[in-house]
Design a protein around this ligand. Structure first.
Ligand SMILES: Cc1cc2nc3c(=O)[nH]c(=O)nc-3n(C[C@H](O)[C@H](O)[C@H](O)COP(=O)(O)OP(=O)(O)OC[C@H]3O[C@@H](n4cnc5c(N)ncnc54)[C@H](O)[C@@H]3O)c2cc1C
Length: 352
């Protein structure tokens, strides 16, 4: 069969993209080198949290994605999404003052509570079940490792390979992998844990017969044995979690480890891929910093990317997938802040 779209990668980026393309009427095939949701999506909490900060394009993007995606999950996957809300506590007095200065800019439902802030729309979702649900009725070939894309025949090819190497060399796609862990735990009185809490790490509501502890702030980029590292870090991390909850008679049910894939500006990468060689050949003066209209950049034929989701893949992916689908189906432009254009420009500038 000749597919309208082939997606490489069955994490939350690939699964969401497949879902929206199918909804738009396209025939879709997903190729996955391991099994559905086996990459960075597997260890995710997956906490769905908004952001408070001073106004910035990133905060606007993040909170738009948060509102879109939580609503999307609520409507389409109510059995998987637990909208338990989030209590966010400032780290210390300095952080409390900072949060206070952000209050005038809070643009999502939020209640002030004595210890911090409560976001009633926040929640948690089961990553594995969600990826499977998004891919229901879509053809997925598991254990299919795409090593290069030269022989692919389809109208649209979408790379959603997470923190793994892309199956084509794109010199300007430069991202960083950051390691993190999740612990699924039980402790006395855990069933009364009715909302997510966040301080320097996140503790979930009681959900799926456990409480999840997400340590997403550990900036390890080079780790030889991540599972061993997780064991070494457990004492320190659970010590931090105990500041949120006494965790009496704690039992660790399972430890998950994995990598998040992050861009320099924290925006994901969504859109059509620029052919750097052809573009520089046509406009060599780009290297000297001369401006060329971005719609003159030369693109690969029907090649797209959905990646760089960082620590909020489950907040961003459905929102991005909708945007990418509108580009593919209706040729609706993607804002440059989100598209590969900004990465190409940053890379090209350094060539001079
Ligand atoms: C410990 C941890 C906790 C996190 N907690 C949260 C959270 O609470 N909330 C939240 O929103 N986000 C969280 N994240 C971030 C989130 O998990 C990621 O942003 C997201 O899962 C990335 O999704 P992805 O689809 O881009 O990548 P992945 O999930 O890694 O999917 C990529 C897939 O592509 C496959 N693949 C790669 N190369 C090829 C190839 N050549 N051929 C075929 N298949 C290929 C891989 O096997 C993989 O399955 C967390 C991440 C970690 C590591």
């Amino acid at each position: 069969m000749h597919y309208d779209a082939i997606i490489i990668g069955a994490g939350i980026a690939g699964a969401s993209t497949a879902y929206f393309l199918k909804q738009a009427g396209l025939s879709v095939l997903v190729l996955e080198k391991e099994t559905i949701c086996s990459g960075g999506s597997n260890p995710a909490g997956a906490f769905l949290s908004p952001k408070i900060s001073k106004p910035s394009p990133y905060k606007t993007y993040l909170n738009n994605a948060f509102l879109f995606s939580t609503n999307f999950y609520k409507i389409n996957f109510p059995e998987l999404f637990y909208p338990c809300g989030l209590k966010k506590f400032p780290l210390d007095e300095e952080d409390a003052q900072k949060c206070k200065s952000y209050e005038p800019f809070i643009d999502i439902p939020c209640e002030k509570i004595p210890e911090g802030y409560f976001f009633p729309n926040a929640g948690i979702i089961n990553p594995l079940k969600l990826c499977h649900a998004l891919l229901e009725g879509i053809e997925v070939k598991e254990h299919y490792h795409v090593k290069d894309i030269d022989n692919f025949s389809c109208k649209h090819l979408i790379l959603a390979t997470g923190s793994d190497k892309l199956p084509i060399e794109i010199p300007y796609i430069k991202t960083k992998n950051i390691a993190g862990y999740r612990y699924d735990v039980r402790f006395d009185d855990d069933e009364n844990q009715n909302f997510n809490t966040h301080k320097d790490l996140s503790l979930s509501a009681f959900y799926n017969e456990c409480v999840a502890i997400g340590a997403t702030h550990i900036k390890l980029s080079q780790v030889n044995d991540l599972d061993k590292q997780a064991q070494l870090d457990t004492f320190e991390l659970l010590g931090k979690a105990k500041k949120l909850q006494p965790l009496k008679n704690l039992e660790i049910l399972e430890t998950y480890t994995g990598y998040r894939n992050t861009t320099f500006d924290y925006f994901p990468i969504v859109g059509a891929l620029i052919d750097a060689d052809k573009t520089l050949k046509q406009y060599p003066y780009i290297k000297t910093g001369a401006k060329v209209p971005t719609d003159s950049y030369l693109l690969f034929d029907n090649l797209y990317i959905h990646g760089g989701l960082g620590s909020r893949g489950f907040v961003y992916a459905p929102y991005n997938a909708k945007i990418l689908t509108e580009l593919i189906v209706n040729n609706k432009a993607i804002e440059e802040r989100l598209s590969p254009i900004r990465l190409f420009q940053k890379w090209a500038k350094k060539l001079s």
